[in-house]
Design a protein around this ligand. Structure first.
Ligand code: 5RP
Length: 232
């Protein structure tokens, strides 16, 4: 049996907090990653007890988990607005800017977050940073011209690496694209500027910088409590 770590307990607590904010009739956006998976498990338990909601998924992995937990799903094409999107993050700074995409689902996650009335981000304390950038910033790129895109990022000093799977094959996103991770070697002073600079490069379809998305950040701890993070 795998050991339950303090981080697992913190993620669990954040997921529990989030599930209490789900109301009948809501259209939910289900994020990706291990924290989102905990939310999916707890949401599934509520659905089995009779909670009626519909959900869209941000990745095939989440879709699989949601189906296993019998959560009613609707295709994104049928959704114009999402009541509540719930997702994890790799880093959160004091302005509530985020780095996301560690799981390679950033494009769908960003689309879902953008169309959500409320965007709940569930983290444990290790994700809180004074400045973004220690975690490599992922960008989703078109396979067409990806070598040139990599070269352009390299010449800007962004230290890019093409994401690969453990078996060495190129990691392909659910959208059929590549992911490039930027190992910036320094904390990001101007995330908005960086985001703009990245999006100026054709072939970069989206970045893992979630800036000004007005997320409600829920921080769980290892004792099993969770609270909303106030903006300083
Ligand atoms: C996936 C993501 C995840 O939300 C992020 O990587 C956090 O993952 P975890 O909850 O496993 O720590 O952005 O693309």
């Amino acid at each position: 049996m795998p050991q339950v770590t303090n981080q697992d307990k913190a993620k669990e607590a954040a997921a529990r907090y989030a599930v209490e904010h789900v109301k009948p009739g809501m259209v939910l956006g289900l994020g990706s990653g291990s924290t989102s998976k905990k939310f999916v498990e707890q949401l599934g338990a509520k659905c089995r007890l009779g909670l009626e909601i519909k959900a869209v998924c941000t990745s095939s992995a989440t879709e699989l988990a949601a189906k296993q937990h019998k959560i009613p799903l609707i295709p994104i094409e049928q959704v114009l607005q999402i009541d509540l999107a719930v997702d994890g993050a790799d880093e959160v700074d004091k302005n509530h800017h985020l780095v996301k995409g560690g799981g390679g689902a950033l494009l769908r996650e960003k689309i879902v977050a953008f169309h959500a009335k409320t965007f709940l981000v569930l983290i444990d304390e290790s994700k809180l940073v004074t400045r973004l950038g220690k975690f490599p910033v992922p960008v989703e790129v078109a396979p067409f011209g990806a070598s040139a895109t990599l070269e352009a990022l390299s010449s800007l000093g962004m230290n890019p690496s093409l994401r690969k799977k453990p078996d060495g094959a190129v990691f392909i996103t659910d959208n059929g694209n590549y992911t490039i991770d930027l190992h910036l070697n320094a904390l990001i002073e101007h995330p908005i500027e960086l985001d703009r600079q990245l999006k100026n490069i054709p072939g970069i379809l989206e970045t893992g910088l979630f800036l000004n998305y007005q997320p409600v950040i829920i921080v769980g701890n290892s004792v099993g409590n969770a609270k909303q993070l106030e903006k300083k």
